[in-house]
Write a protein that binds this ligand. Structure first.
Ligand code: SAH
Ligand code: SF4
Ligand code: F3S
Length: 437
């Protein structure tokens, strides 16, 4: 009989790719992916805990499955990812949702298959948050779902301990995969027809640190030198490790996309220091200057946090000023969320919700204005997009250009996975509308 699985993913691209690894294990066991959760024999929640709302979202959805589980006793529910990896959270989850069958973390993701088999042979829940951090597993066979893009891990974990961030606690210390393994994986992906490779790490710029393997720019060069038409992206770069050498490598290799995501978080030096970001706003602007010197047309995107403990109106204004100066082509904006166990959680002077709300509204307004201005410049231009999907609502294909902008266009035949030239006719906000030329 056909056995089905359904995975719900929260959080960052790292998690999206790890869901592909979980899907790979389930496929090996003979399961097929299904759209409808009620038709699934195994449901996996791959969770995130970067902010409180990400956590609440997962909690809410796991809660909603109680009814389905009571009418479908054989259904196996598993919860994995960053949320259970937090200290004490696995037991917490088990108490709150006793009908969850398997709870596992990020460090022991590779053992999910084993836990599933174990659960099938016994009645008790399997709750395992083992600490295998530090070991790099090279034998996963992801079931990829993002063609024509393929995610490729280059580093795991993070050593930066930004004072607001939970990631170092739930992902362990930074470690880099061997370049020979990364290169072999990418060679195969290109052979299999993937047209875009996105390298993943919490801080890709520090790839290879502490080893005598390649540096990040050297790794990029090796990948960009591979035959075939494909694009190369990477995320995320920490500004403190962004080097001139990297800017040069981007400039010299057209396969590397002209978009760099360089999270600044704040424009205030006092706040940056309290955040433990290890750069000042002047240092950051200098990096942007270096990047633009080599790649003048490079799109720069960022992450911003408002309402960090102690943030004054002056500090916030410094953020607005920096955002204006850099002229980001788009940005992710967040309200600071207090995460237990982080240094910032016990800082005095947590900012009242209404103040943060007011600031985020002002910041989003500015970011949207900049994004719209960037979009307007596109009208009348022809850009090459890599078609990555079809939007059922808009009845249009969609794809991104090398600056990371999404363009929509109509077409009779399926062109997913192909490079398509489109002439932009309309630009309203982040996405562009064009006609195939
Ligand atoms: N490693 C990446 C980003 C990881 S998390 C980097 O350092 O750039 C993605 C973004 O979430 C961060 O850049 C930050 O802007 C935001 N973030 C992290 N912790 C947060 C918190 N406690 N509250 C609000 N936003 C947070
Ligand atoms: Fe979090 Fe900072 Fe590490 Fe990014 S670099 S994951 S924000 S601790
Ligand atoms: Fe969330 Fe974990 Fe990514 S906390 S942002 S899923 S590393």
């Amino acid at each position: 009989m056909q056995k089905n699985f359904h995975i719900i993913t929260y959080g960052c691209q790292m998690n999206v790719h790890e869901s592909e690894k979980i899907a790979g294990m389930l496929t090996e066991l003979g399961y097929s992916q299904c759209e409808n959760i009620a038709a699934a024999d195994v449901v996996v929640f791959n969770t995130c805990c970067i902010r409180e709302n990400a956590e609440n979202h997962a909690f809410g959805n796991i809660g909603m499955l109680k009814k389905l589980k009571s009418s479908k006793r054989d259904m196996i529910i598993a919860v994995g990812g960053c949320l259970p990896q937090q200290m004490g959270k696995a037991d917490n989850l088990h108490e709150k949702f006793p009908y969850v069958d398997i709870i596992f973390g990020t460090h022991n993701l590779h053992k999910f298959k084993e836990y599933l088999l174990l659960k099938q042979t016994r009645r008790k829940s399997v709750i395992k948050i083992e600490d295998d951090a530090g070991i790099i597993f090279e034998d996963d066979k992801p079931f990829r779902t993002s063609y024509p893009n393929a995610w490729v891990n280059i580093t795991y974990g993070c050593n930066n301990f930004c004072s607001y961030c939970i990631v170092p606690y739930v992902r362990g210390r930074e470690r880099s995969r061997k370049s020979e393994n990364i290169l072999a994986e990418i060679r195969n992906l290109i052979k299999d027809g993937y047209k875009e490779i996105t390298l993943l790490g919490q801080n890709v710029n520090s790839y290879g640190n502490g080893t005598n393997d390649l540096s990040f720019p050297e790794l990029l060069e090796k990948i960009a030198a591979m035959d075939g038409k494909f694009r190369l992206r990477f995320m995320t770069s920490h500004p403190k490790d962004f080097s001139e050498e990297l800017a040069k490598v981007i400039a010299e290799n057209p396969k590397i996309c002209r978009q760099v995501h360089l999270p600044v978080q704040s424009g205030s030096d006092t706040i940056l220091k309290a955040m433990n970001r290890k750069y000042t706003s002047a240092d950051y602007l200098k990096k942007i200057e270096i990047l633009k010197k080599y790649v003048p047309d490079c799109a720069v995107t960022t992450d911003l946090i408002v309402g960090f403990p102690g943030e004054t109106e002056e500090d916030f204004k410094a953020t607005l000023e920096l955002v204006n100066r850099v002229d980001y082509s788009s940005a992710f904006t967040f309200v600071y969320s207090r995460r237990n166990g982080t240094v910032a959680a016990s800082m005095p002077d947590q900012i009242p919700e209404e103040v943060s709300k007011d600031r985020i509204i002002r910041l989003v307004e500015l970011v949207n204005t900049l994004t719209r201005e960037h979009s307007k410049k596109y009208v009348g231009k022809t850009v090459e997009v890599l078609c990555e999907g079809y939007d059922d609502k808009k009845k249009m294909y969609l794809g991104r250009d090398e600056y990371g902008r999404m363009g929509y266009f109509e077409n009779d035949k399926d062109v997913i996975g192909e490079f398509v030239d489109i002439k932009i006719t309309n630009a309203n906000g982040v996405s562009l509308i064009g006609e195939k030329v």
